[in-house]
Write a protein that binds this ligand. Structure first.
Ligand SMILES: *Cc1c(COP(=O)(O)O)cnc(C)c1O
Length: 338
């Protein structure tokens, strides 16, 4: 165990869940609740900490924690801050050449003690093309160890997308299942690891200290999990994301989930003027700040789909605020530098 690391269930149980007063959904008689994982202390904030938790626990003796990301990566930021808090060296392998001006995200990561290694886009793609669920992850790991010239590091896949990451995200689902009765649980999806963990946690009927699903959901209704893909339009009309999530879930049939794809504005990491206007309006209406890469797209799609009648009146939705607010600084960084 890593010193000073509280149990993940305890951290999850402290996260506030609030009923939003959101005029658009109120007028449709749909309750929308929000789980505020964005309000945890910076070093354990948002979904990235759940994904890192068991990765970190699996590496009590590793000299350094190493992972990958882009210039505005929530994942590298989370790893750097967790490393600082828990007294461990961290290394961030960053896509692309070192720029003249580091992004605010990478400045913070470096200030937290993370060593940054910049890697050409081609090499980066070759080393991180697959997430940690695929069988050639062990090959990728050894290639990274070879690249770094040492074999005593713990290497976490980009975005924390591996079995340990999924196990951590189960605590989100378990905690939600224990604390509230919701018809639907909604979240933004990048790799799908968080969705898979949340869905498994909600449906979980075993494990020490866990109440049986039958007791937890007396009406027999396990909440439906809906993921909103932030990856933009579907390429070639085929969903590889869906296939990847199925792979993560090993075809477990109790899990009740679906994915909404191609309905959020902008491509991955891109915002649009309408999305930015929505963020301002949402903040004004509800008091909650969203980020442009993930959570604004989630709530934008919730608003669209609620108006289109996806949920009947009387539904009780819970949307997870998965954090990512540090990435807000990316919104005007690129244009300001030009
Ligand atoms: C990474 C991230 C997600 C997506 O998580 P996945 O497990 O990759 O689907 C959602 N919201 C925020 C704020 C994130 O940083």
């Amino acid at each position: 165990m890593v010193a000073r690391l509280p149990a993940l269930a305890e951290i999850a149980a402290k996260v506030p869940m609030e009923k939003l007063s959101w005029p658009v959904l109120d007028s449709l008689s749909i309750e929308c609740w929000i789980r505020r994982d964005d309000l945890l202390p910076a070093w354990c904030q948002g979904n990235k900490f759940y994904k890192l938790y068991y990765n970190i626990c699996s590496a009590p003796k590793a000299a350094r924690w190493v992972s990958f990301g882009g210039a505005f990566s929530n994942h590298l930021y989370a790893l750097a801050l967790a490393g600082k808090e828990l007294g461990r060296k961290t290394v961030g392998i960053v896509r692309g050449e070192r720029p003249a001006h580091l992004s605010p995200t990478l400045c913070d990561a470096e200030a937290a003690g993370m060593e940054l290694i910049f890697m050409s886009r081609e090499k980066y793609r070759a080393l991180t093309a697959r997430n940690g669920f695929t069988s050639d992850w062990s090959r990728i790991k050894s290639e990274v160890a070879h690249y770094l010239g040492r074999d005593d590091d713990w290497i976490v896949p980009e975005g924390g997308a591996n079995r340990a990451g999924l196990e951590g995200c189960k605590h989100l689902g378990l905690d939600i299942g224990q604390r509230g009765r919701f018809t639907d649980v909604l979240l933004a999806v990048g790799t799908g690891t968080t969705l898979a963990g949340v869905a498994q946690g909600l449906a979980s009927v075993d494990g020490p200290g866990m109440s049986r699903a039958a007791e937890r959901y007396p009406t027999g209704h396990v909440p439906q999990v809906t993921g909103v893909s932030v990856l933009g339009a579907l390429k070639s009309g085929r969903s590889t994301l869906k296939e990847e999530i199925n792979l993560m879930l090993n075809g477990q049939d109790r899990v009740n989930w679906r994915l909404l794809e191609g309905v959020s504005p902008g491509g991955y990491g891109r915002s649009t003027p309408e999305l930015e206007a929505f963020m301002i309006e949402f903040k004004r209406d509800t008091g909650v700040q969203l980020d442009q890469v993930y959570t604004a797209k989630l709530f934008w799609v919730i608003q669209q789909q609620a108006k289109a009648g996806l949920w009947p009146a009387g539904s009780k939705l819970l949307a997870i605020h998965t954090g990512g607010l540090q990435g807000l600084r990316g919104l005007h960084f690129k244009t300001a530098r030009k």
